[in-house]
Design a protein around this ligand. Structure first.
Ligand code: E4P
Length: 217
């Protein structure tokens, strides 16, 4: 399973990248706004900087909701760097745009996916990645991880090549469950990635080893 970090914060991207296990970055308009990035030039420049830090798939989201505008916007985003993946919302014009990008050799990430039906449409349109938002599903008392299993099952049966990118991750346990459920990628906040490190027996065991090592130093 690939690991993406889900943030537009450069310090966090750098920290995750230094771990050596990072395969990409996802952003969205809310994450970009959180970093105080304003104006087209600043947005483009921020994506370029992210591409320079991480050698992997970097999702940059269109903000238009109309087909022609999405295509124009996506073309500009894709021109920033070969690693840019154009993120497109799961709406009618979004499906048309996904198909257009597929036919024109531009990789895509279909976002705001909350059902297996939407995931089938994304795959039919040739999306490179499909992003089911598992945390937001859990927030509404449905089972986000269950949706990952369902999509993995359908894609396996149908032979769809679209990669399942589990998004809206809220915890290290989500990451483990998504790996079990067949996600190809997890995009996670830095805290959830670092949370995977934690086990009290590791800390206790290491303290003892460090102590004992002094005996023969
Ligand atoms: C990533 O591609 C999504 O935009 C992101 O994971 C959404 O996460 P949230 O539900 O925490 O906003």
């Amino acid at each position: 399973m690939k690991f993406f970090i889900d943030t537009a914060n450069l310090a966090q991207i750098q920290e995750a990248n230094e771990l050596g296990i990072l395969d990409g970055v996802t952003t969205n308009p809310s994450l970009m706004a959180k970093e105080g990035i304003k104006g087209e030039a600043a947005v483009m420049n921020h994506y370029k900087t992210i591409c320079e830090i991480v050698d992997g798939a970097i999702s940059a989201e269109v903000v238009s909701t109309e087909f022609n505008e999405m295509v124009e916007e996506g073309k500009k985003l894709a021109a920033i760097h070969p690693n840019i993946v154009v993120k497109v919302p799961m709406i009618k014009d979004g499906v048309k745009a996904l198909k257009w990008f597929t036919e024109n050799g531009i990789r895509t990430n279909c976002t705001l996916v909350f059902s297996a039906g939407q995931a089938i449409l994304a795959a039919k349109a040739g999306a490179t990645f499909v992003s089911p938002f598992i945390g937001r599903i859990d927030d509404s008392s449905w089972d986000g991880v269950e949706l990952i299993s369902q999509i993995a099952n359908i894609y396996g049966i149908q032979g769809f090549k679209t990669e399942i990118l589990a998004a809206s991750i809220r915890s290290p346990l989500h990451i483990v469950k998504c790996a079990e459920a067949g996600a190809d990628v997890c995009t996670c906040p830095l805290d959830s990635i670092l949370g995977l490190l934690k086990h009290p027996l590791t800390d206790i065991g290491l303290a003892k080893f460090v102590e004992d090592a002094k005996k023969f130093a």
